[in-house]
Design a protein around this ligand. Structure first.
Ligand code: SAH
Ligand code: SF4
Length: 380
């Protein structure tokens, strides 16, 4: 299924083909009965109406919801105190779309645990648990692969496989939350910075956010959720008009059209002026700070010229810049900027009153850059 951001809005239809590759066939599914409903795909209202259609009161829907998102059950039979007839219906008509772990790796610094999770059609996606200063964050994917083709990104290099369903996004958050729960901790933050472009899979992403925000379930506060986009202008405008108060991060990486276009193909479709207009609109509508992601590539976009251009570009916005030294990938020859260069870049931004953070490359030893674990797995 295609997303509301129609293909026409994408830069170049042939390059950003979002159809599944030929031979792709959902009947190849192996683990779960795919004709049944994935309970993680249902909003609370949808679960209530499913049960009401079967003749059960809201009381049962609430009990199931609680079991899924508060108790983190891993099997339908684990839902406590269900009437046998209801359990039988659930078994016949639904399943829990739990994602099996194909690979799990821990970083040497102990802060990051990365998972390669297997989908029912054997596609794999990445989810990451990061813990820092006692706060836990889940970084999750919204697509298998990505159609945007950013040249430095391992996910972009592998191309687009397919969109994830809302339930597949929710299942990743639950996976991380379950691990934390076993450690007596709880999940606080969610970032949509795994594989894929969330605004290219708009509806499923929004539905997943509603499910994880639900106050009777995982209850992740919207202000603790960050959606990162490569800059799909119609999606940013649409997000600005939504009620959900999630945080927006825009991956910029270049402060001139030429620089951006060299790294990010969608920048050809949406020039900086249009992107900045959309950010301005978002900022005015939401009255929220926007985060700008900047992957620092030595000799490419870490120059003093780019730093000044970035300062000028963002000085009128309520903005914060996250500078992230490049995680080297197999398909891109670029190298990370040195720490000194990052600090100098930061100092120039400060001249424009622009706050910034140099983010540490946590978990680099476990290929914790976007798409890198999957890329490594497919090479082995
Ligand atoms: N598609 C969205 C979200 C997923 S990518 C986006 O592009 O924003 C999440 C972040 O990881 C983006 O800021 C992206 O630029 C960054 N990223 C991707 N590959 C990277 C790499 N090799 N090194 C450092 N950052 C990378
Ligand atoms: Fe896709 Fe984001 Fe990677 Fe670009 S950086 S290819 S948009 S996942």
């Amino acid at each position: 299924m295609l997303t509301p951001l129609s293909l026409k809005t994408l830069p170049n239809v042939s390059q950003y083909d979002t159809h599944p590759p030929s031979g792709y066939n959902l009947t190849m599914q192996t683990d779960v009965p795919n004709h049944t409903i994935n309970l993680y795909d249902l909003s609370r209202r949808e679960l209530r109406s499913l049960l009401s259609n079967w003749g059960y009161s809201d009381f049962y829907a609430a009990r199931i919801w609680d079991a899924l998102y508060r108790q983190h059950v891993t099997a339908l039979c684990g839902i406590p105190d269900l009437r046998p007839d209801l359990l039988a219906s659930l078994r016949k008509e639904t399943h829990l779309g739990i994602l099996p772990v194909k690979i799990a790796t821990d970083s040497n610094d102990g802060f990051t645990r990365k998972f390669l999770l297997r989908l029912h059609d054997r596609q794999t996606i990445e989810a990451v648990l990061m813990t820092f200063k006692g706060r836990a964050t889940a970084c999750v994917s919204t697509q298998a692969g990505c159609a945007m083709g950013c040249i430095f990104c391992a996910t972009g290099q592998m191309g687009f496989k397919r969109h994830l369903s809302a339930g597949e996004i929710v299942a990743q958050v639950l996976h991380v939350s379950r691990i934390l729960r076993d450690r007596g901790k709880s999940l606080r933050n969610v970032v949509l910075m795994g594989m894929g472009e969330p605004l290219h899979n708009y509806d499923a992403t929004m539905k997943a956010l509603d499910i994880i925000i639900d106050h009777n379930g995982l209850a992740i506060a919207p202000r603790h959720i960050t959606l990162s986009t490569v800059g799909l202008v119609p999606g940013i405008r649409r997000l600005a008009d939504e009620e959900r108060q999630v945080r927006l991060a825009v991956s910029l990486h270049g402060a001139s059209d030429a620089e951006r276009q060299a790294l990010i193909p969608p920048a050809r479709r949406w020039p900086l002026m249009e992107l900045m207009d959309a950010c301005q609109y978002y900022s005015e509508k939401r009255k929220r700070r926007i985060f700008f992601e900047w992957t620092l590539i030595a000799g490419e976009n870490d120059t003093t010229e780019q730093a000044h251009a970035l300062g000028q570009l963002l000085q009128t916005l309520d903005a914060h810049v996250n500078l992230i030294p490049l995680n080297p990938t197999v398909g891109f020859a670029g190298q990370p900027a040195h720490e000194k260069g990052a600090k100098e870049f930061q100092a120039i931004l400060a001249q424009y009153g622009l706050p910034s953070t140099v983010r540490q490359r946590r978990g680099i030893d476990i290929a914790a850059g976007c798409g890198q674990l999957r890329a490594r797995d497919s090479q082995s």
